[in-house]
Design a protein around this ligand. Structure first.
Ligand code: UGA
Length: 435
């Protein structure tokens, strides 16, 4: 099929490349000419494992092109809208400027029978509002939320764990479904579960999935807070409750909390939308989820300051990790970066290192000191703080690190280190919600 993808950020660039990889002809559009130039040359504009490989192979096949000109969508019959919906400045609600602009500017290029497919995460009610505009051109609108995880985005796009289509009623809906079935023929032939539903349900599936995941993380972090005052071990607690198949162990890792471009802003936007709908109380718990999450960052900072005898001033703190999670260079709402900035603000001499997120972090917080390597960050450190669980940090040899530092104190903000091994190597180990 001939597809266009409007918006080539973390979501759109991967979607465009993955769709070309599975055999479609794809044109990716973005207003950012530097990004388009990189993509055209087969270079990923951000770190995502597997993306450079599929960008190159799709480009070499001639099936993947990029452009800054929206008019280049002409000839495509299915148009994916994958622009961002960030949090509004000073408000909890989602900023729909980019989605609205993308749909409006697409209208002149739509032909009757075309399908516009929203992939962006939007407040419930958005698709119904935009459908009228799209239908006036003879095209139709579907909402097809995306569940990809950064770090696994290529796999999640090519082989998703489920597909959700929000389609209009009647014949238009049947046709939209048939078009999407053709787009996703490969995944469907592999028995990928499919839910075909209305716009509102499709929009809600996305935000409620992220709200559930955020709640699960904050639940275990709340247990960590209780563990901290009782001497219990939250990691053992998570293992034990996780054996219950109804609960499950995944997303029960307590630590510095969740961040990124999705979970934090999605739960806030969901609260704001529920309030607009007069149902604020239904998701009032999400405010608590957010509050618990933000307290965990503070907790890591407090433990570090406490371990430094309440005087962090000019103490060298090695901060390992800046990205919001491993295998990503994304620092949006990153708890790790927040901890580094807060410690810097408390007067500590922070030396930060991340395998991929250094450039993004330096652009955002040039006042922080960035090390060239983990060893460089660790050299003469009075305390070590691990806040993103990169493999490189998880596999640090505590005896070797002991040779580099000035003080053998480690704060494991992700509960990702082997506490016994670090203690045996002479370290004072502080985990999150662990004795
Ligand atoms: C999240 C969802 O997992 C995806 O399904 C969704 O498509 C995506 O948002 C989106 O809306 O686009 P992502 O933001 O890539 O994906 O990251 P997650 O893997 O969900 O992790 C989010 C945060 O939670 C990270 O900071 C991570 O470190 C933290 N986390 C995760 C924990 O603190 N504990 C856990 O047990 C799991």
């Amino acid at each position: 099929m001939k597809l266009s993808v409007i918006g080539c950020g973390y979501l759109g660039a991967v979607h465009a490349a993955a769709m070309a990889e599975i055999g479609h002809d794809v044109i990716g559009i973005d207003v950012d000419s530097a990004k388009i130039e990189a993509l055209q040359e087969g270079r990923a504009p951000f770190f995502e494992p597997g993306l450079p490989e599929i960008l190159t192979s799709a480009r070499d096949s001639g099936r993947l092109k990029f452009s800054t000109q929206l008019s280049d969508v002409r000839g495509s019959t299915v148009h994916f809208v994958a622009v961002g919906t960030p949090q509004k400045k000073g408000e909890n609600a989602a900023d729909l400027t980019y989605v609205d602009a993308a749909i409006h500017s697409l209208l002149p290029y739509l032909a009757p029978g075309d399908l516009v497919v929203g992939k962006s995460t939007v407040p419930v009610g958005t698709a119904a509002r935009l459908a009228e505009l799209v239908e006036a051109t003879g095209a139709s609108l579907a909402w097809n939320p995306e569940f990809l995880r950064e770090g696994f985005a290529v796999k999640d796009t090519i082989a998703p764990d489920r597909l959700v289509y929000g389609v209009p009623e009647g014949e238009a809906g049947e046709k939209a479904r048939a078009q999407l079935d053709e787009v996703y023929a490969r995944a469907l032939s592999n028995d990928t579960p499919l839910v075909v539903t209305d716009y509102a349900t499709a929009e809600l599936v996305k935000v409620s999935a992220n709200a559930f995941l955020a709640t699960k993380i904050s639940f275990i972090n709340a247990m960590a807070e209780i563990a901290e005052v009782t001497g219990a071990d939250v990691t053992q607690l998570a293992d034990a409750i996780g054996f219950d198949a109804r609960i499950g162990r995944r997303f029960l890792n307590a630590g510095v909390g969740f961040g990124g471009g999705c979970l934090p802003k999605d739960i806030r936007a969901f609260s704001a939308r529920a309030e607009e709908l007069g149902r604020g109380e239904s998701v009032a718990f999400l405010k608590e989820v957010d509050a618990i999450n933000l307290r965990r960052r503070q907790r890591v900072v407090d433990v570090v300051v406490e371990e430094l005898g309440d005087s962090p001033f000019e103490k060298k703190v090695a901060v390992l990790g800046l990205a919001f999670k491993p295998d990503s260079d994304d620092i949006r709402d990153s708890p790790a970066l927040d901890v580094a900035v807060q410690l810097h603000g408390r007067g500590a001499d922070v030396s930060a290192f991340d395998p991929e997120a250094m450039a993004n972090s330096a652009k955002r917080y040039p006042q922080l000191a960035f090390a060239d390597s983990a060893d460089d960050a660790l050299k003469d450190a009075d305390i070590v703080v691990v806040v993103t669980e990169w493999k490189e940090f998880r596999e640090l040899d505590p005896s070797a690190v002991a040779e580099l530092v000035n003080g053998k104190i480690v704060v494991d903000g992700r509960n990702c280190l082997d506490a016994v091994a670090w203690r045996e190597a002479g370290w004072r180990y502080r985990g999150m919600g662990r004795p």
